[in-house]
Design a protein around this ligand. Sequence first.
Ligand SMILES: *Cc1c(COP(=O)(O)O)cnc(C)c1O
Length: 383
Amino acid sequence: MKLPKTILTSTKCVHSGTQIDENQGGVNTPIHTSTAFKYLEDYEMKYPRMANTSNQIAVVDKINALENAEKGLVFSSGLGAIAAALLGLLKPGDHMIVQSDIYGGTAHFMHHQLERIGVDISFVDIQNANNLKEALTESTKLIYVETPSNPLMKLTDLFMVAEFAKKHSLISFADNTFATPIFQQPINLGIDLVMHSGTKYFSGHSDIIFGYLGGNSALMELIKVAQVDLGSTLDARLCYEIERSMKTLHLRVERAAENALELASWLELNENVEKVYYPGLASYPQFELAKRQMHGGFGAMMSFRLKGAIDPIKFQKALQIICPAVSLGGVESLIGSPYLTSHKSISQAERDIMGISNQDVRFSVGIEDVEDLKNDLKQAFEA
Ligand SMILES: *Cc1c(COP(=O)(O)O)cnc(C)c1O
């Protein structure tokens, strides 16, 4: 569909990428399941692993529009996107600077796959810009960040990272899963590549796994070669469901972020809570940066530290609406202890360095009525 260039985010969520059904006049993109395509009349070879079939393109076009990416690709998981990008862009002997507090699965891939084939990696605390300069070597090719980070919602200054990358001819890469393009658009701040675990807010209903990567054409062409080789592609039927979910992305995340802000402000004053980590609070140490690089909301992920008298496990078991579960980004509120879930594989000593306590709980706020969520937390504190 030909859309005006001026359309805004909500309209992009609903309309971008949609391929009107020319055959029947239906308003949705038809599902084309073929994996074999006639070639004598067709110039471009089509095949799902080459990510060039119509349902894949519909999803990619929608996310490209939201992220302002020239070119994009969809993958069978978020990690599939990360793997294709880094294997497609780096070779043995190359060096990469990585934000130290990234998603555990990403760190695992870097240690077990990239370091094994001889990619050199420095994990640094990127909140201090001096650490970037110190980590730089003659072989540095790429800088990898994730903001807000998991589980303590630390922010990385995307504009600063993009400027640093440009100055030293590095590729800048941002995992934008927690923020979503509704609240943060890294490419508009100068970042080269943006990635999503679509499994979270894009799918939004805790029932589909997929990944997305977008950026400028030259880089995406290199990554596309790796995707075809690695085979991490996405099925047409799932693409259809994703396209459908994403039509309400803005409504879901805006409502969830409103709930999150209200709950964060409420929890901050609660006698059972020692500390709240949410970038939208005026008391948050990086609130100024949050306002500078996020807009329209601060996302729906937060963590809070329970006072010593509260047993985090008993507290979570007492909840009746908010479900203790891993993962995030669905319409339903989920809660979990990082030391038992996302950060289980690292040692207590490492968690201490990162500032993660066993009293911390990570909270993926859903779109339920905020009063019900408050009441649920209240009764669990009392229990
Ligand atoms: C879940 C997640 C990933 C990995 O995505 P999968 O879809 O599980 O492969 C990467 N980064 C972040 C921030 C995530 O939350």
